[in-house]
Design a protein around this ligand. Structure first.
Ligand SMILES: O=C[C@H](O)COP(=O)(O)O
Length: 252
């Protein structure tokens, strides 16, 4: 379960949120569920200090990474820097990056490779907008983004990627895709991975669903056989709510 804080919480607020989250979750949850947060870059040092100091079982990572490793790229953050701060994950190709920063599949692919170079697990975000969904082209559109993001990766590298299916029309809108919508795409993603690589890779890759996930709707989403977890935006800013999502009940 990954919480993408987006551009919320300064480094002081981050400490409170992670402390409260850790306090709200019992050890048995951490034994079953990998919990991660993706704070803004400026919070990462605070989160690292807290996680290391209190030996918390919470992973963390960035919301983006540069395709470059170092040099004259003003404003960019290297995967090497994220790794040095103890990050395990980095979101790549989030729809907000694609939409507001015109990130292409080529750039997303370069960022996936940069993440892997620095031993970060990329969370490759893919998903269609409302117009594409209405045209019934959501599966082909999303799989084309998957192909683009994974281009040139070996089977071993692809197996290390986490894929997050996030229908853009369900992000921050309160409009959650049905569990069947999530399953349809998660299963199509695995089928494509089997086609591109092998059934082993298809079975190994973790597929997340993202888009207005809350404690009240996570159970039926997690019931879906091909959904392994969720990428949670707004609801991850409330420690109690995100903790309840992490404690999801498959039979709810
Ligand atoms: O990365 C997270 C997604 O954009 C979902 O955001 P949301 O849970 O606020 O809809």
């Amino acid at each position: 379960m990954a919480g993408n804080w987006k551009m919320n919480q300064n480094h002081l607020e981050a400490i409170g949120l992670v402390q409260k989250l850790a306090f709200s979750l019992d050890q048995d949850v951490f034994e079953k569920v990998e919990v991660a947060v993706l704070p803004p870059y400026t919070d990462l040092r605070s989160v690292q200090t807290l996680v290391d100091g209190d030996k918390l079982s919470i992973a963390y990572g960035g919301q983006d990474v540069s395709a470059h490793d170092s040099g004259a790229y003003t404003g960019e953050i290297s995967g090497a820097f994220l790794r040095k701060l103890g990050c395990s994950y980095v979101a790549v190709g989030h729809s907000e990056r694609r939409q507001y920063h015109a990130e292409s599949d080529e750039l997303v692919n370069a960022k996936v490779k940069a993440a892997l170079r620095h031993e970060l697990t990329p969370i490759l975000c893919i998903g269609e907008g409302l117009d594409v969904r209405k045209a019934g082209e959501h599966v082909s559109h999303t799989l084309a983004q998957l192909d683009g993001g994974l281009k040139g990766l070996s089977a071993e590298q692809a197996a290390a990627v986490v894929v997050a299916y996030e229908p853009v029309w369900a992000i921050g809108t309160g409009e959650v895709a049905t569990p069947e919508d999530a399953q349809e795409m998660a299963s199509a993603i695995r089928a494509r991975l089997a086609e591109l690589y092998s059934s082993d890779v298809a079975g190994t890759v973790r597929v997340l669903y993202g888009g207005s996930v809350k404690a009240a709707n996570v159970g039926p989403i997690m019931d879906q056989p091909d959904v392994d977890g969720a990428l949670v935006g707004g609801a991850s800013l409330d420690a109690d709510e995100f903790a309840a999502i992490c404690r999801f009940d498959r039979s709810s």
